[in-house]
Ligand binder design. Structure first.
Ligand code: PMP
Length: 427
């Protein structure tokens, strides 16, 4: 019996011995194609000895000092380098340890700035359903996953949800009107934040918002002085073919959070970037952001984020994800949409969702007891294929989908192999 408290007690998990590029090998020598980059993390491929060496070289100088005591050259070099990719108006960067932590920090800095500017009643958060922002208190509160909250609702704070448009399951409703009505109902003087995933991740099969939606969100939030937090933990860091998805898609947020691709799986690191007007309020007030964590801004995280960003720039990966993502998307659509139970293939860049349905005409889900995605996920591993399984979004606990999010370095030949294995699996 293992002494490890695994996430799921029924899965029999092979131990991985090594990784190289888009491939993993377990202890028995079995080979897997990593079509999901784990949880959309392995942006630069596995076994990157050169990159790991560059991070290690920086860590040999110093790996940890507390952000209360010291800064570091890596951190000072990283912040302006990252901001060159950001939409206009962003001036400050914070490093944290996980997507959830960055979301917590983002929701808190907005609230603190409103409080310090005298708008003390502005505290309510609006989030979207479907939507996912993490597993810590505030982040889980803002996530529309009922089954994640089942045991913990008494610990969570109240958040108001509005509907999120989905590419495959679009509803005949006015999403923007719903947002505006919700702000008015809560009272604009009480609403601080609207948090949304710029491109939806696992909750919404990588849905790209319809034209005009993000511009509309921006206009409504500006009208009522509601700050926009763009959660780009999954879709940011070049995953959708723009370094910041907001910049490519017409959203003008006040805070953006990144994770996953920012660290490419090397050292857990997440990022929050903040607009100058928010920081200015705190600068003129308390002069201290009231959210410190032990590893915040540590040189090891800065070294990782810096070297990963340099690598993305050196290999021209933003452009590569754009062009090769068009190939990947067309391939997935061409090969999979003809299958009887593939309802939707949605996404952008190297970020695609495959939605499975029982009946395409009615878009009906498979019964939850069939556990379709988990069965396919297990079978995929037998075939040597790694996919990200999604069982249940916020609205339908039985929904079934997969996310495809390969390393930005994946070749067309590897995509062809992966998609053909996926087709074989779904058949
Ligand atoms: N936001 C989004 C959009 C995510 O996809 C995730 C992770 N799947 C998170 C936040 C939370 O990140 P972490 O698991 O690193 O805390």
């Amino acid at each position: 019996m293992s002494n490890v408290l695994y996430r799921n007690f029924t899965l029999d998990l092979p131990q991985i011995a090594k990784g190289e590029g888009s491939w993993l090998w377990d202890l028995s020598g079995k080979k897997y194609l990593d079509l999901s980059g784990g949880a959309f993390v392995n942006a630069l491929g596995h076994g990157r000895e050169d990159l790991i060496q560059r991070i290690a070289d920086q860590m040999k100088k110093v790996s940890y000092v507390n952000g209360w005591h010291f800064s570091s050259p890596q951190l000072e070099e990283y912040a302006p380098k990252l901001l060159k990719h950001a939409p206009a108006g962003f001036s400050h960067v914070a490093l944290l340890g996980s997507g959830s932590e960055a979301v917590e920090a983002a929701l808190k800095i907005v609230r603190q700035a409103f409080f310090e500017s005298g708008k003390t009643t502005k505290h309510k958060i609006i989030a979207r359903s479907p939507g996912y922002h993490g597993n810590t208190g505030l982040a889980l509160s803002a996530s529309a996953r009922k089954y994640y909250k089942k045991f913990f609702s008494s610990y969570l704070t109240e958040i108001t949800f509005v509907s999120a448009p989905q590419e495959y399951r679009s509803k005949d409703i006015d999403y923007l009107a719903e947002l505006e009505e919700t702000i008015l109902k809560l009272g604009p003087e009480n609403v601080s934040t609207f948090i949304l995933e710029t491109v939806m991740g696992s909750s919404g099969a990588c849905s790209v918002p319809p034209p005009g939606y993000l511009e509309g969100v921006t206009a409504i939030c500006k009208k009522y002085d509601v700050k926009i937090v763009a959660d780009e933990v999954a879709c940011g860091a070049a995953r959708t073919g723009d370094y910041f998805a907001s910049k490519g898609l017409g959203l003008d947020p006040d805070v953006i959070v990144l994770g996953k691709g920012v660290n490419a799986g090397l050292i857990p690191t997440s990022v929050m970037i903040v607009k100058k007007d928010i920081v200015d309020v705190i600068q003129q007030g308390s002069k201290s952001f009231m959210h410190h964590q032990t590893y915040m801004h540590s040189p090891m995280m800065a070294a990782c984020a810096l070297e990963v960003l340099k690598e993305i720039e050196k290999l021209n990966l933003i452009e590569r994800v754009k062009t090769e993502g068009t190939y990947l998307g067309s391939l997935l659509k061409k090969e999979l949409l003809e299958l009887p139970h593939v309802g939707g293939v949605t996404g952008r860049g190297f970020f695609w969702g495959i939605t499975l349905v029982q009946d395409k005409a009615t878009q009906s889900w498979f019964p939850p007891e069939d556990k379709v995605v988990m069965k396919l996920f297990k079978k995929a591993k037998e075939l040597g294929l790694i996919l990200w399984p999604v069982v249940g979004d916020s609205e339908a606990e039985q929904s079934d989908s997969f996310v495809i999010a390969p390393p930005y370095t994946m070749t067309r030949e590897e995509m062809d192999v992966g998609v053909s294995k996926l087709k074989e699996l779904l058949r």
